[in-house]
Every structure is written in C-alpha cells, then in structure tokens.
Design a protein around this ligand. Structure first.
Ligand SMILES: CCCCCCCCCCCCC[C@@H](O)CC(=O)SCCNC(=O)CCNC(=O)[C@H](O)C(C)(C)COP(=O)(O)OP(=O)(O)OC[C@H]1O[C@@H](n2cnc3c(N)ncnc32)[C@H](O)[C@@H]1OP(=O)(O)O
Length: 242
C-alpha cells in the first residue's frame, strides 16, 4: 500500500515535472520568438525611417522593405499554432483573422499589384503595423521576463484604440485603389469556359473581403477593449467560446 502510494506520488511528480519542463520550453520558445519579432519590426522601422530621411519621399519605400516585411509578417502564422496548441491563451479564430488578413494584404494585394505600392495608404498601414508590432512583441517579451515597464503595458492596451481604425482605413483604401487594376488585368481570376468548369473573379472577391471588415473588425476591436479592461483595470471578464 505504502509503496503504491509512493509510486503514485513519484508518478505525479514525474507528470508535474513533465508539465513544468514543457511550460519552461514553451516560455523559452515564446521569449525567443517575441525577441526575434521585436527585432524584425524594429529593423523595418529603422529601414523605413532611413529611406524617408535619405530620399525625402515615400516613393520606392515599399519596394525597399518588402522582403523583410514579407518575411516577418509571414512568420506570424506561427501565432495561430501557438493558440491551437494552447501555448498562449488567445482564441485561434481571433488570431487567425488578424494574421490572415495581414498575410492577405502583404502577399495578395501589395506584393501582387505593383501599381499600388507607392500609394500613401500603403505607408499608412505599414507605419501603423510597425508601431503596433514593436509595442506588442516587446510587451509579450517583457511580460515573459517578468519585468514589464508600465509604459509598454499602457501603450499595448491604449494605442490600439487609435491605431486599429487607422490601420484598417489604410488597408481598405489600398484594396479600393487596387480594384481598377485588378478589373483591367483580370489577375488571379479564372474565366469560363475551362476544363474544370469553375470561375473565380478576384475583383468580386476583393469587394467581399472589403465588406467582411464590417462584421470582423468590430470583433477584434471589442476583443482588445475587453483585454484592456482586464489588464489595465483588473476586470474579470467571462469570455464566451469564440
Ligand atoms: C483570406 C482573406 C481574409 C480577409 C479577412 C478580412 C477581414 C479582416 C478584418 C480585420 C482587420 C484587421 C486589420 C489589422 O491588420 C489592422 C491592424 O492591425 S492595424 C494596427 C493595430 N493593430 C493592433 O493593435 C493589433 C491588435 N491585435 C492583437 O494584438 C492580436 O492580434 C489579437 C489576436 C487581436 C489580440 O491579442 P491577444 O488576444 O493575444 O491579447 P493579449 O495581447 O492581451 O494576450 C492574451 C494572452 O496571450 C498571451 N500571448 C499572446 N501572444 C503571445 C506571445 N506571442 N507571447 C507570449 N504571450 C502571448 C498574452 O500574454 C496573454 O496572456 P495572459 O492572458 O496569460 O496574460
């Protein structure tokens, strides 16, 4: 009896150790990930600033930073995995919408439609994304290291109030500007007749994407407002299953 109790406690200890080492591994990974992402977005910020100071114009800025932007924004897909495996306490859907809409903007809008790369709206969302991501990833890093300066916490849960709508405005204006080029070129569209008997109109798809901001964006915005109340004002929020 005593020995089986002992066995039980040894097993329990082992399980606890496993859990501990797993979470330590997760913390190590997240710390590395957040530091790398903070650095990546800082590199982007510096590159954009240098370009503008040297050239005195935003024309050509997107092209000069596009590789770095594509790399770091695409890597953010990992965040969906973080949520899916329970490494972070965030909804997969909320993160999925946030990350996929960014990936879509980068790869299927700005990267694919060269004519719009010098639009001011592109610079608008790029600047907003960059400021937001430097704040967000440094918030996660310092939080994991348990040395979170209040101004970073404050910035993380206040700046989005203004930044989110500005970023969304930049994205929507960019898609809107892209519409005539997409219509004229017929890019990424599949016309009938073809052997698979399917058709796809990228122009219509973009209009649907723009419309989908109406139901989706408020959900992300209200999610952040709830996070703000929880973190800054200590409110206990009962989340519905998302
Ligand atoms: C195929 C075509 C698709 C087209 C779809 C079109 C519709 C799109 C509509 C939406 C448009 C969005 C546009 C957007 O791109 C515009 C902008 O971004 S503008 C710039 C302003 N943006 C922001 O401020 C972004 C705000 N959003 C976010 O921060 C996140 O992305 C979000 C997932 C929305 C919220 O984050 P989260 O729920 O994680 O909140 P918290 O930060 O408070 O964290 C919660 C807990 O999780 C821990 N956590 C999360 N991630 C990490 C990490 N990487 N490392 C460590 N820890 C992490 C965090 O610490 C919290 O833990 P705890 O609760 O234990 O403290």
């Amino acid at each position: 009896m005593a020995s089986s109790e002992e066995d039980g406690s040894v097993e329990e200890k082992e399980n606890n150790n496993k859990k501990k080492s797993k979470s330590a591994l997760a913390i190590a990974w997240l710390t590395f990930y957040n530091i790398a992402m903070t650095a990546g977005w800082l590199v982007l910020a510096i590159a954009m600033l240098r370009f503008y100071i040297q050239k005195g114009t935003h024309v050509g800025l997107y092209r000069s930073i596009s590789r770095t932007l594509k790399f770091f924004q695409t890597v953010a897909l990992v965040e969906i995995i973080h949520c899916a495996v329970g490494m972070v306490r965030t909804s997969v859907i909320v993160t999925g919408v946030q990350v996929c809409s960014r990936i879509f903007m980068v790869w299927f809008i700005t990267n694919s439609i060269k004519q719009i790369q010098n639009e001011e709206s592109v610079i608008l969302f790029l600047v907003v994304w960059t400021v937001t991501e430097i704040t967000r990833y440094s918030f996660y890093t310092f939080n994991l290291l348990k040395h979170l300066p209040y101004f970073i916490k404050w910035a993380r849960y206040n700046m989005f109030i203004i930044m989110y709508p500005i970023g969304v405005a930049g994205e929507l204006m960019t898609i809107y500007t892209a519409l005539p080029y997409v219509r004229r070129s017929g890019m990424l569209s599949v016309r009938l007749p073809n052997k698979y008997n399917v058709s796809f109109d990228y122009y219509i798809f973009l209009i649907i994407v723009m419309l989908s901001y109406i139901p989706l964006f408020p959900q992300l915005y209200f999610h952040m407002l709830r996070q703000r109340r929880k973190v800054l004002h200590g409110e206990v929020i009962v989340e519905k299953d998302e």
